[in-house]
Design a protein around this ligand. Structure first.
Ligand SMILES: Cc1ncc(COP(=O)(O)O)c(C=O)c1O
Length: 495
């Protein structure tokens, strides 16, 4: 019996030696260069062809699913075949987010310098889960956080973490607010305590609603305060609501101010909010995910006064700093630990000297996100990035001037930054009929695929909404957008 086992073991061992007696290399350097050249040729050809194609995939989900090969690849394949499959199954459905005709949601254009950084990042496959696992990942993260804080004129908010996006950053910020104001809750949770309430305007991004859910605070405890005419929070209503909550046994936690709302780019009276937060001893957070880069434009700086008084600020380099997705910064003057627990397997020496990012955020494994921000800021520099932002603002005014002259197109006049909302409005039709026309226009624009813009609801009425965040946009691109709106409107009215 023992003999049989030993023979079997030796057999296995010999088998393993012969099987693994080859040095495995995922790819030879020569091949890598060759494949990169091939990939670039494909991208270049595709870019060259771009003006003749829709800028977004107009296929329905079933078409896309059917074109994908769903069988698990069992055997290795040559790069040529992989590239062919990519060209057939994936590339046709890639939206051209980098195209100046793309004006949907808040989709930044990214930039090519950072695309190089993304390749390098993946090449070295750094993981910043601990300082010693990639010292430069931690150090560069802190450096770009400092640069971004200086970029938006908040040099004191030079501590923080990079996250995947504004939603994750807002979640972390509300967590920090709890950690700072009610540190015991790290161990006790919320049981038996007064419900915590958070205050923001009804124009605040839904990531705050989502944070309320994911942190267990409950959406019932998010107080969405009305706005006044220009979509800025009504500060006297905010005060009344806080007072009412205090009298009714709630525990106010935080005020969230907007430095550029998603709907219209409006900026709350940030100083007034800072005053209220100080008066009621609340955490003060400013969501500048989109709008904060405009603080660098001299004529816009005054809009943002008071942001420097915030406990926390977020900004998304992947929006108006032209960094490719995903890149968001949480910025604070003092950064508390997100959690005071570290397992044995993450123990390291010299803990005080080393910046451990994972102690300040939910993420443990962490990509080298800082690299693309570093490349972008180094290559373009703050002045040029500011120039890009100014250019987007100018193009937005240009759009407003030209779209406003179309028949029965009414512009929402509050567009401080690079978002413009407008709607078709026929005085002879009722609101619902007008809404219906605007909805049809939004649908038709998407299905034609010549430009991509989306819609929203302002003061209860459907609007078309354009976001500009691409320095390569020219006046002719805006003219084409205006012409597309005119044609789409005419077609919908004919139906
Ligand atoms: C003001 C604001 N905050 C937060 C977010 C959420 O950012 P993300 O989409 O990166 O999660 C957005 C997204 O548009 C936003 O405009």
């Amino acid at each position: 019996m023992i003999l049989t086992d030993a023979t079997a073991f030796i057999g296995l061992f010999l088998n393993a030696i012969t099987k693994f007696d080859v040095i495995i290399k995922t790819m030879e350097n020569g091949k890598l260069k060759q494949y990169l050249d091939q990939a670039w040729s494909m991208l270049e050809a595709n870019e060259h062809d771009a003006p003749n194609h829709p800028i977004l995939s107009t296929n329905d989900p079933d078409e896309i699913r059917k074109s994908l090969d769903h069988s698990l690849p069992l055997k290795e394949d040559g790069f040529g075949n992989v590239l062919k499959a990519f060209k057939r199954q994936v590339l046709p459905y890639i939206n051209r987010n980098t195209d100046p005709r793309f004006g949907a949601y808040i989709t930044g254009s990214g930039n090519r310098m950072a695309a190089i950084a993304e390749f390098i990042k993946a090449f070295y496959n750094q993981n910043g889960l601990k300082w010693n696992n990639s010292p430069i990942c931690s150090e560069l993260e802190q450096l770009v956080i400092k640069w971004v804080s200086e970029f938006i004129h908040l040099p004191d908010h030079n501590k923080g973490v990079l996250t995947s996006g504004g939603s994750m950053s807002n979640l972390m910020v509300l967590h920090f607010a709890i950690a700072a104001k009610f540190p015991k809750r790290e161990m006790t949770g919320f049981y038996g305590n007064k419900p915590l309430t958070v205050y923001c305007s009804n124009q605040t991004h839904s990531s705050i609603d989502r944070a309320m859910v994911f942190l267990g605070l409950g959406r019932d405890h998010l107080r969405k305060i009305d706005v006044v005419g220009d979509y800025r929070i009504d500060v006297s209503k905010l005060r009344e609501t806080i007072e009412k909550d205090l009298a009714s046994g709630f525990q106010p936690l935080a005020i969230v101010g907007n430095a550029g709302t998603t709907n219209t780019g409006s900026i709350d009276p940030l100083n007034d909010l800072a005053d209220l937060a100080a008066e009621y001893n609340l955490w003060y957070h400013v969501d500048g995910a989109y709008g904060l880069p405009a603080i660098r434009v001299p004529s816009y700086e005054h809009f943002f006064r008071g942001v420097e008084r915030a406990d926390s600020v977020i900004i998304n380099p992947h929006k108006w700093m032209y960094v490719p997705f995903e890149a968001s910064c949480v910025l604070l003057k003092n950064i508390p630990k997100a959690i005071h627990y570290s397992p044995d397997y993450l123990f390291t020496e010299n803990a005080d000297e080393r910046w451990e990012s994972s102690e300040h955020t939910i993420e443990l494994s962490k990509e080298f996100r800082a690299l693309k921000i570093w490349f972008t800021m180094k290559y373009y520099g703050a002045d040029k990035l500011t120039h890009f932002v100014e250019h987007d603002i100018l193009m937005t005014s240009y759009l407003a001037d030209h779209i406003g002259v179309l028949n029965k197109i009414v512009i929402d006049p509050h567009y401080p930054l690079s978002i413009l909302c407008f709607r078709y409005e026929d005085p002879d039709l009722n609101s619902a009929e007008n809404d219906n026309i605007n909805i049809k226009m939004i649908r038709l624009i998407e299905s034609r695929g010549n430009v991509f813009i989306t819609g929203t609801r302002l003061k209860g009425r459907i609007h078309l909404r354009v976001y500009f965040g691409n320095p390569e946009r020219k006046k002719e691109d805006v003219d084409r957008l205006v012409e597309e709106i005119r044609q789409v409107n005419a077609q919908v009215l004919l139906e």
